[in-house]
Design a protein around this ligand. Structure first.
Ligand code: AHR
Length: 504
């Protein structure tokens, strides 16, 4: 099958905010304990953090990490995680039916962020707590000194403030499962007042208000309209979350779900514009897509633990999806969607980073390895920085229950002007046919291929494991050639690839 793509140097969607390649770490399962933190591990640093994991996170160039939850944050007392470690209490986590030793708290997490070179995105608890806790936490984290909470931080060993700019006002507050679940009006009022108090401390903070937990919630998208009606002038972002699954084993339908994602972003962007117009506001609120990933492989296995049948274990294996080759395609499609929607999506966080629905896995006392989905995330984060190009794509399409007119060829293009490089990220959704693609470059001058990486696999269910960590990996591509300003590239059936071109 044939497809064509036109990339014009001046047809730009937006300068990409690198934070669309963010991630998320929650006190859940083994994300923190035996994930990033394992003091007895052979590679542990002086803070008890696994250096093998730090190295893998650094490879991903993760710009921002959301913390400490997720559902966990809605009953979390941040004060439990400060002060001498031996004095910290073990608490029951009601969200995941586990217990938490609090050996990792804000100090340990901040030091870890420094080690991997990332920014913190902190969430406050608006479930079991509220405005007062939020303002105290903010003072502890960001005030230089001379006040109750900032002096406590200094006494706990950190003289300089952490200076965290990005804050989430709770998590998934529309979800009946959330501790302290609220109606849109209840949450909207609380979020407004909390944002007002936080801004009274520092007007330059960036604040994220909770949108719906997903586009299938009964209150979506009325929730967004009501919450923004309460908060529009106090917040900077509204959050979206979406998890993808292929329980039915229908690949074509699974790979059509990124079109649903695109529609979801479009709808919320419309609601933002509606409220903006209603308020006659000049301010623009953007989208923080701060939880996304494939999540379904582990759900059956986790049922008993989440039902409380195993008591309150500390750091059990939970949400440990083992990703296969098919999921590589899905993650590539999701990231392509964020690049194409980078005019409205300014932050996005793959949920999560280590062990819990994550691109990185660890064995306690053992190795750390890259899941199959590590690679599309790596390619987008490392090479997807610059200007998102508004490509003209002509591709045959198919219809699926999830969406209609789904193009077989999914492609995103990014122009890094400083380096003089254009990178294309492409997925062929077709199960049996290659896509022979004719790519025209307009206004870039002479192009030269500097890198071409392809991911294919004869087995859609192939995975990487501790014993076989390189089963699903990218390989150097061969089916691309340049002739002046035309590039011919062949995309094998069900494949993901990146093509990097040096341009003037
Ligand atoms: O990422 C796992 C969970 O998914 C988060 O805790 C919650 O916010 C969402 O429902």
């Amino acid at each position: 099958m044939k497809a064509s793509v036109v990339a014009h140097r001046d047809y730009v969607i937006s300068q990409i905010d690198p934070r669309i390649y963010g991630s998320f770490l929650e006190h859940l399962g083994r994300a923190i304990y035996t994930g990033i933190y394992e003091p007895d591990h052979a590679t542990a640093d002086e803070n008890g953090m696994r250096k093998d994991v730090i190295e893998l996170v650094k490879e991903l160039k993760v710009p921002v990490v959301r913390y400490p939850g997720g559902n966990f944050v809605s009953a979390y007392n941040w004060e439990d995680g400060i002060g001498p470690k031996e004095d910290r209490p073990t608490r029951l986590d009601l969200a995941w039916h586990t217990s938490d030793s609090n050996q990792v708290g804000i100090h340990e997490f901040a030091d870890w962020c420094d080690s991997v070179g990332t920014e913190m995105m902190l969430a406050v608890n608006l479930g079991s707590r509220g405005l007062d806790e939020a303002r105290n936490f903010l003072e502890y984290v960001n005030h230089p000194g001379g006040s109750k909470w900032s002096d406590m931080r200094i006494a706990n060993g950190r003289t300089e403030p952490f200076n965290t700019k990005l804050w989430c006002l709770g998590n998934e507050m529309d979800g009946p499962w959330q501790i302290g679940h609220k109606t849109a009006d209840e949450y909207g009022r609380l979020a407004h007042e909390t944002a007002k108090a936080m801004r009274a401390f520092d007007s330059s903070l960036e604040l994220v208000v909770c949108g719906s937990s997903n586009a299938h919630m009964p209150t979506y998208p009325e929730w967004e309209a009501t919450v923004l009606d309460h908060t529009y002038n106090e917040v900077d972002y509204i959050s979206l979350h979406m998890y993808f699954e292929n329980r039915a084993g229908n690949t074509a339908n699974y790979l059509a779900q990124s079109v649903e994602l695109d529609n979801y972003i479009g709808t919320v962007a419309g609601v933002i514009d509606y409220v903006k117009a209603k308020k006659r506001s000049k301010k623009q609120v953007y989208i923080s897509f701060d939880e996304w990933n494939v999540w379904y492989h582990s759900k059956e296995k986790d049922k008993a633990l989440l039902a409380g049948n195993h008591g309150w274990p500390h750091a059990p294996a939970l949400l440990e999806d083992v990703y296969n080759f098919e999921d590589v395609l899905q993650v590539g499609l999701i990231l392509n969607t964020f690049i194409r929607r980078s005019d409205v999506v300014r932050i996005a966080c793959i949920a999560q980073l280590v062990n819990v629905i994550a691109p990185i896995m660890t064995a306690p006392n053992g190795a750390a390895w890259r899941q199959s989905t590590f690679y599309p995330y790596y390619f987008a984060s490392v090479f997807g920085r610059g200007k998102a190009l508004s490509l003209i794509v002509d591709s045959p399409t198919y219809d699926a229950p999830a969406a209609e007119k789904v193009p077989y060829l999914d492609v995103a293009g990014v122009h890094d002007e400083d380096e003089g490089i254009v990178t294309f990220f492409a997925v062929n959704r077709h199960e049996t046919e290659s896509v022979e693609t004719d790519l025209s470059l307009v206004g870039f001058g002479k192009a030269e291929i500097i890198d071409h990486q392809v991911m294919t696999h004869p087995d859609l269910r192939a995975v990487n494991t501790e014993k076989n960590p390189d089963n699903v990996v990218p390989k150097k591509g061969s089916g691309a050639s340049v002739d002046g300003d035309r590039v011919a590239v062949s995309l094998p059936p069900l494949s993901y690839q990146i093509l990097r071109l040096k341009v003037r």
